[in-house]
Design a protein around this ligand. Structure first.
Ligand SMILES: Cc1cc2nc3c(=O)[nH]c(=O)nc-3n(C[C@H](O)[C@H](O)[C@H](O)COP(=O)(O)OP(=O)(O)OC[C@H]3O[C@@H](n4cnc5c(N)ncnc54)[C@H](O)[C@@H]3O)c2cc1C
Length: 310
């Protein structure tokens, strides 16, 4: 199978088909898979897939695609500029989805839309205030949970007449490869693009006892804080990352501070301890600042003298 594109669905399908015994090649125009994710996290997924036998052709352009009858051929231009023919039984095109709006005659009633979706205001209303959009047709985040969230916004506005705007600041998502890659808020890529300065805290799954007991060593959690120490994003690459993110979903939406998370007792041995650990590592750095360390050294030095030591 040749998979064109390397987004979440392409990555998930590549691993699934590969594990079912299909030889899979993934063709990607840019130099990384899962382009919305930080490169180190996306590369982590790619390396696992590669060890399982999936082949990746990055930085490639498709020159042609042909049906040869019993098989199909895709000719790609490699990084070095050479044409490289790839043959496969099946081609899976996973280059994104267009909103299915054609044929509704929205033009006839003056509702604008483009290939991404409807033109909506923050309350998800079209130019006709009684006609709303929710789900993939909004052209924002194409997820089932985003559709559900948008549905609730529409119900609030249209049925209960309680004005509510869609806010995607803490919209989480997860790519269900193994290991999973889950994200909420800003990652390094988005923070840099927005010009937001941040501090980064990282913990590795190889240091989590439950992860080791389950034979899972790949992955890490990244916590981004703004310069005031407020969490602005978390990404998790690792076992059950989507489930592990739920604690952060509650933390972000409830305005819970890393200190609360670090102080809360988590059961041992669980994967979830990694959430506490990353928050705790940040906290230790605050508690044991250079000033505090010097103060403690001074105190223990005095105490040492009081006990008769030199
Ligand atoms: C392979 C794949 C894997 C995915 N995996 C995930 C995942 O793991 N997690 C996740 O959150 N999201 C995932 N998604 C995305 C998710 O499926 C969509 O974001 C979600 O279904 C959007 O919901 P929706 O209600 O907007 O659209 P849909 O679920 O597509 O529902 C639209 C409905 O409208 C109907 N319809 C269309 N036109 C008309 C018409 N003219 N009249 C009447 N009915 C009409 C359609 O038949 C359909 O039933 C995945 C998508 C794909 C393709």
């Amino acid at each position: 199978m040749i998979i064109v594109g390397a987004g979440p669905i392409a990555a998930e399908m590549a691993q699934a088909f590969s594990r079912l015994g299909t030889r899979v090649s993934v063709i990607q125009r840019s130099g990384q898979i899962l382009r919305n994710e930080d490169k180190d996290m996306a590369d982590g997924v790619m390396q696992v897939l590669e060890t399982e036998g999936v082949q990746f052709q990055l930085n490639t352009a498709i020159l042609s695609a042909k049906d040869l009858g019993t098989e199909r051929e895709v000719v790609i231009q490699t990084k070095g500029g050479e044409p490289l023919p790839l043959k496969a039984e099946t081609i899976l095109v996973a280059l994104g989805r267009e909103a299915n709006l054609k044929g509704l005659n929205l033009e006839g009633i003056g509702i604008p839309y483009d290939a991404k979706g409807l033109t909506l205001d923050a309350r998800l209303r079209t130019v006709h205030k009684h006609i709303y959009g929710a789900g993939d047709v909004t052209g924002t985040f194409q997820f089932t949970h985003a559709a559900g969230y948008e549905g609730s916004i529409v119900v609030s506005n249209a049925i209960f007449h309680l004005p509510r705007k869609a806010d995607y600041t803490y919209l989480p998502w997860c790519t269900y490869t193994h290991p999973e890659l889950a994200s909420i808020g800003m990652n390094e890529k988005r923070a840099k693009a927005a010009g937001v300065e941040y501090d980064l805290w990282v913990e590795e799954f190889k240091d989590n006892d439950r992860s080791l007991a389950e034979g899972e060593q790949v992955g890490r959690i990244k916590m981004l804080l703004d310069k005031k120490g407020k969490p602005i994003g978390v990404q998790i690459l690792g076992p059950r990352a989507g489930d592990l993110l739920s604690e952060w979903v509650a933390a972000f939406n409830g305005g819970i501070k890393p200190m609360t998370l670090a102080a809360a007792v988590h059961p041992y041995p669980t994967l979830g301890e990694i959430n506490k650990k990353v928050a705790g590592t940040y906290l230790s750095s605050k508690i044991f600042s250079d000033r505090v360390k010097k103060g403690l050294q001074f105190f223990f030095h005095l105490r040492g003298r009081a006990c008769g030591r030199p």
